[in-house]
Design a binder for this molecule. Structure first.
Ligand SMILES: *Cc1c(COP(=O)(O)O)cnc(C)c1O
Length: 385
């Protein structure tokens, strides 16, 4: 079956009790048991919930993986994946990850004895050079937020596997696939070990739910993640599971429109005299355009552009009428944000400068409104500069 068919049907057989076509929201904390140890596979809703299970099956199928576990947020999913490690383990991280991921690693997990090396993973050699005897994980995000630089997933997975063999240490490659969604990028097919998502973004797609998930093939890691999901309990609620499932049904059509609009808005901005620089992997001027074409089947709706200063960024962000100023991304409505003070405020200033996250940088999550309207809105805000 192809992508849209899987999105609409995987994990979503009509409800066995009533035939309901939409998987019901099983809003229950517990389940009746017939006698001691005899039940229908559901005992307590932290451990199992049919709505969550349906979503997990759906997301596993979309990423082409065997197992999926859904969590209360993208950060909860990433945190769960990190518990596969133990004190003394070393993690190589692509720099310029989502600010919350950096914050979790740097402000929380470092205190538990995990070591992190941040590398410019646009160059796979940098990942190779960072390997140590205790490296147990490579964590990458591609494209990165907000300057849209790419990591070659296949090259990094090849390096990770080579080191796994030489140190027999079981280093895993984890890819945060939030920006592209499985519609445009399928890391497991490029030999990554684990995919993580903030379902809050494109998978749910309607800016009305916070959630996360991880998808993988390895049975041992899957058992460990299922264990931690139940043991630590940061589960996705039945209502949110249902919302994300409703979202994934239209993922293909939404992503196609995000992509079409993204290309049009990027083209417009690249020609605008008030825009100093634009970051969008679908433009030929993007330094990794060839990799983007090879690794992704579309370019999506995320882009950033440089206005030149904090004051100019402020005027653009205050000047838009249709686009909403706000954090988050991946919803049907266009959002604009200021990474330096919003999503990346927790990244130290000198590090931000090095990454290109300047005070003049504006990020756009291009929605699926009519592209002409989005462009007219940005145009009038820019022309006020
Ligand atoms: C939003 C986001 C996260 C965190 O997800 P939450 O659902 O907000 O916890 C992680 N990675 C990326 C790339 C994101 O955009």
């Amino acid at each position: 079956m192809k992508f849209s068919t899987i999105a609409i049907h995987a994990g979503q057989e009509p409800d066995p009790t009533t035939g309901a076509v939409s998987v019901p929201i099983y809003q229950t904390s517990t389940y009746a048991q017939e006698s001691i140890g005899k039940h229908k596979g559901f005992e307590y809703a932290r451990t199992q919930n049919p709505t969550r299970l349906a979503l997990e099956r759906n997301l596993a199928a979309l990423e082409g993986g065997r197992f999926c576990y859904a969590f209360a947020s993208g950060m909860a999913a990433i945190n769960a994946v990190m518990t596969l490690l133990k004190a003394g383990d070393h993690v190589i991280v692509s720099d310029n990850t989502y600010g919350g991921t950096f914050r979790l690693f740097d402000k929380v997990l470092k205190n538990f004895g995990l070591e992190f090396s941040y590398v410019d993973a646009r160059e796979p050699q940098a990942v190779e050079d960072a390997f140590n005897h205790n490296t147990r994980m490579v964590f990458i995000e591609t494209p990165t937020n907000p300057v849209m630089s790419l990591v070659d997933i296949e090259a990094v997975s090849e390096i990770t596997r080579r080191h796994k063999d030489s140190f027999s240490c079981g280093a895993r490659l984890v890819v945060d696939n939030t920006f592209m969604s499985p519609y445009f990028q399928r890391p497991l097919e490029l030999k990554a070990d684990i995919v993580v998502h903030s379902t809050t973004k494109y998978l749910n797609g309607h800016s009305d739910s916070v959630g996360g998930a991880c998808v993988l093939n390895d049975e041992g890691d899957a058992r460990a993640l299922q264990f931690i999901q139940n043991a630590a309990g940061a589960i996705l609620s039945p209502m949110d599971s249902w919302l994300v499932m409703r979202g994934t049904k239209t993922l293909a059509v939404r992503m196609r429109q995000h992509d079409e609009n993204g290309r049009l808005v990027a083209q417009f901005l690249s020609e605008h005299p008030k825009v100093e620089k634009i970051y969008y992997p679908g433009l030929k001027s993007h330094p990794q355009y060839e990799l983007a074409r090879r690794q992704m089947s579309g370019f999506g709706g995320m882009l950033s552009f440089e206005t030149g200063s904090l004051e100019r960024a402020r005027r653009v962000l205050e000047g838009v009428r249709l686009c909403t100023l706000g954090e988050s991304l991946g919803g049907v409505e266009s959002l604009v944000s200021h990474p330096a003070t919003m999503t990346h405020a927790s990244v130290p200033a000198d590090e931000r400068d090095r990454l290109g996250i300047t005070e003049g940088l504006v990020r756009v999550s291009v929605g699926i409104e009519d592209a002409e309207d989005i462009i007219a809105d940005l145009d009038s805000a820019l022309n006020s500069l």
